[in-house]
Design a protein around this ligand. Structure first.
Ligand SMILES: [Zn+2]
Length: 413
């Protein structure tokens, strides 16, 4: 803080007090917050650019470490106690910031800082502004959300308001590869909070929040056969690759939309020598489920089918490894949705609600904690997530920043 003449300080204090009445009872008014988000927009866009300019593809240690340092600094500057929690078995650390407050309610904000874009992506896809679009790898998913979170907290700090009881921020480094090193932490921390707001992006054409996201699992199919020389005595072998191919074909139509479960074979492996009948083959399927009951139905159907084999004397096994629990909005979510929509109406906008997506998110872990009201997709509207030419809509920064800031205030009441 700078020191000046007492009179000047008193005037400054009076101006501040008029702009932002202090104290838990006097929360910043919507009018003041509207002015604040307009003033803060350029800085928020700058933060989005700075975050997108660090390469944080999942597993890219140096970039993830650089980002963890930057986010730690930013959280400390906002007044947080910061802890780095290693995200083993994933590369990188969870950045956990804790803010004490003057109120009683507890609130957690989450967003991931890894991206699907491997190192070198920035050279091909530089961060740039074209018209009302900010382009860059990960700029929407979910660095835009991180920027909104940081600047919402900055606005409230500048307002001298911290009406929550406890506010925890979690930035994780492995969402795009299944959150194995962060999901359990998010689940545990979520169980200690009343509300969890997650900052994944939303589609620009919808400008929405999200109340449901599929859980994800791996379906693992393994075939054991018998090796033999492919030229000398092929009949002595039991071709695991042929049996795998047969199984994949007969297991390729088991998605059940009516049960909220889908399965698609995406990875396969067999043999490593051209002249050897392969004795092992395996394949992995991407499985999505709205709930665990659908997953069980799928598993039963697979078990029944794999009994029908084509290559005698081969062994076929199947297992499901659950990665991420499903997020299914409940009555507590509905309360948050109603608040968010009311907040959007304060700025003359309609907030859409999307009930489900095939993409899994960490909201599933937060809800699995069993306590918190959870809402997803408070991040930036954009397009091209997980693709080239990812962008966010700069015309929506103020609205989304307003939504984030007001949601923090409302969830603290
Ligand atoms: Zn994401």
């Amino acid at each position: 803080m700078r020191h000046g003449p007492a009179a000047a300080m008193a005037v400054a204090a009076a101006v501040l007090a008029a702009a932002f009445p202090l104290g838990a009872a006097a929360q910043p008014s919507p009018e003041r917050l509207k002015a604040a988000v307009t003033a803060v927009k350029p800085a928020a866009v700058e933060t989005m650019q700075a975050l997108a300019n660090i390469e944080t593809g999942s597993g890219h240690g140096p970039g993830l470490a650089q980002m963890a340092r930057l986010l730690s600094e930013r959280l400390r500057a906002l007044g947080a106690q910061v802890e780095l929690v290693p995200a083993e078995p994933s590369v990188g650390s969870n950045v956990v910031g804790r803010f004490a407050g003057s109120g009683t309610r507890s609130l957690m904000l989450i967003a991931h800082y890894d991206t699907v874009h491997p190192p070198g992506s920035l050279a091909r896809e530089p961060v740039r502004i074209e018209g009302n679009r900010l382009y860059g790898p990960g700029v929407g998913d979910s660095k835009g959300g991180i920027a909104l979170m940081l600047h919402a907290l900055q606005i409230l700090k500048d307002a001298g308001w911290n009406g929550w009881g406890r506010l925890t921020v979690v930035f994780n480094p492995d969402e795009e590869i299944g959150s194995r090193g962060s999901g359990p932490l998010i689940q545990k921390l979520a169980a200690e909070h009343d509300t969890v707001l997650s900052f994944e992006p939303t589609l620009a054409i919808r400008d929405s929040v999200l109340t449901g996201a599929s859980g994800t699992a791996n379906g693992v199919l393994e075939v054991k056969g018998r090796a033999a020389h492919a030229g000398v005595e092929p009949a002595a072998g039991r071709n695991a690759l042929v049996e795998l191919a047969h199984q994949i074909v007969q297991l390729s139509d088991l998605s059940m939309p009516e049960r909220g479960v889908s399965m698609h074979w995406t990875v396969g492996q067999a043999g490593d020598k051209r002249n050897v009948i392969p004795d092992a083959a395996s394949a992995t399927a991407d499985i999505r489920m709205v709930d665990m009951a659908g997953l069980k139905t799928l598993e039963d159907a697979v078990r029944e089918r794999i009994a029908k084999k084509r290559v005698p004397d081969t062994e076929v096994s199947f297992r499901i490894d659950v990665n991420r629990p499903a997020f299914k909005g409940d009555a507590k979510t509905d309360v948050l949705v109603a608040r968010a929509q009311a907040i959007y109406r304060e700025i003359g906008r309609d907030l859409n609600v999307v009930g489900s997506t095939g993409g899994g998110t960490d909201a599933g872990y937060a809800q699995a904690g069993g306590r918190a009201a959870v809402l997803e997709s408070l991040g930036m509207p954009g397009m091209g997530f997980h693709a080239k030419a990812e962008w966010v809509d700069l015309d929506k920064v103020e609205a989304r920043l307003y939504l984030a800031t007001r949601m923090i205030v409302e969830a603290s009441r």
